[in-house]
Structures are given as C-alpha cells and as structure tokens.
Ligand binder design. Structure first.
Ligand SMILES: [Zn+2]
Length: 249
C-alpha cells in the first residue's frame, strides 16, 4: 500500500448534512455523509459553503457532537454535522427585500401585508445595500448572492412556483400578516377610502359590485376587493394558513 501513502495522509473530515439541506449538494452526494479533503486553512464555514450549502440556511454546526463556530478549523477525522436553520426563524422585525427574479412573490407578500421591498432592476450591490441599510432579509434563489460577505441576513427561497415560494417564506419566518394593508404595486401603506371619494375613477361595474376601497399613500393607486377577487382571497387564505399551522419551532 506504500504507493497510496500520499492519498492516505490527506486530512479528511466527514460532513453530515441535514436532510432539508441536501438539495444544495451535488446530486451524487445527497444520499449520505460526505468526505471532505481538508487543506489545513479552510474554516468550517468555508467547508460547508464549498459543498454548496449557503450558511444562511444552516442552523447549528456541530463538530464531533459539540457546537462549533463557522470560524473553527476542521481537523483530520472530525465529524461535522450541519443542521438546518430552525423554523420559525426569529427576526426582530419581519422585513424583506427580494431579488429581481422574485417579483410575483413580492406582490403576494405585500398582498398579505408583509413588508417586501422589490424593484425589478436592482443589481446585486443595490440589493445588499438595501438589506443592510434597512435591516431587511434578502430573499433570493441565487446562492452566490447569499455567500456575499457583506450581506447582513439572507434566505434562500425554495420552490419554482410563487405558491410554493410564498409558503416557504411564511413557514420559515412566520411574519405577522395584515391582508389588504399594503400596496401590491409599490409596498406603500394602504388606507381605507370612502366610496364617494373614488366614484369618479371607477368603471361602472365596479361601482355596483364593490363597497370596500383603499388607496396607496405612496403611489396613489386605488384598490377594491369583494366578490370578484377570489384568486387574491385564495392567496391570502393560504398565506394565513401557512403562518397559523405547523407549529414546528
Ligand atoms: Zn403604491
């Protein structure tokens, strides 16, 4: 076996990734513990990230059963356990900024009354700046963005469909909901408006059908809801269910 000495001397750690985080691993690595070659300088956090798992998604990191910081330098033979972030994840205030690919999700969060900043042309630096300046959680499906050192707090959004994305964000953060209090178009606050005040701008059918109106104090958009906004009501209903069920914390 002398010919293999070099290989055998390579320091290794074994990394056990929580089931909820295995979607981030390369397909061939998803079934069990992963052996990682150590270079002697990389931190635990770097080792986890190099496997594809953003640290924003990791909960406790354990080394040989004891909690360890991301800055810990793994040694040969270490067994590392990476837990998923605990749900619901506590936030001082539930405020978010969404990356440019999540416009539909942003509108749905706003519809449910969640503070969700979004502009469709924000570049990565602008997103990070806004997240940090306003203490907003950056929601994205871009793992590279979540790895940026400057970022205060971010979260990977699971799901390809907006329905699934909304459920994921609400399940993770359980933000307080306040349906119909926030402008889906601009995130501004809505105020009730008397029907008489909006009559001139309403299409005739709307005048008869709707009784409840609100206006955006930021952009001036007028909204009405009632019998004909079933789809929006369904979105809100499922949102309310998502935060009120599954007390898995
Ligand atoms: Zn508005």
């Amino acid at each position: 076996m002398a010919g293999h000495a070099g290989k055998m001397n390579q320091a290794q750690a074994v990394v056990i990734i929580a089931a909820e985080l295995r979607l981030f691993l390369r397909p061939g690595r998803r079934s069990g513990p992963v052996a990682v070659a150590l270079d002697g300088t990389s931190s635990l956090g770097h080792v986890v990230e190099s496997l594809g798992v953003p640290l924003t998604e990791a909960g406790r990191l354990l080394v040989n059963g004891a909690p360890a910081a991301p800055g810990y330098r793994p040694c040969n033979g270490d067994v590392v356990t990476v837990e998923a972030v605990r749900r619901p994840q506590q936030l001082a205030s539930a405020r978010f900024v969404l990356d440019v690919h999540l416009g539909t999700l942003a509108r749905r969060l706003r519809l449910a009354g969640v503070d969700a900043a979004y502009v469709n042309d924000a570049d990565d630096d602008a997103l990070i700046e806004q997240a940090n300046a306003d203490r907003r959680v950056l929601l994205t499906q871009d793992r590279g963005l979540l790895r940026r050192r400057a970022l205060w707090l971010g979260a990977y959004v699971r799901g390809a469909r907006p329905d699934d994305q909304l459920r994921d964000v609400l399940d993770r953060f359980k933000p307080p909901l306040a349906p119909w209090t926030r402008c889906p178009a601009c995130n501004g606050p809505l105020s009730p408006i008397a029907k008489a005040a909006v009559l001139p701008v309403l299409p005739p059918g709307t005048r008869r059908t709707y009784q409840t109106f609100s206006g955006c104090r930021n952009c001036g958009q007028v909204y009405w809801h009632g019998a004909h906004s079933k789809r929006l009501d369904q979105i809100i209903d499922s949102a309310v269910r998502a935060v009120s069920t599954g007390a898995n914390g």
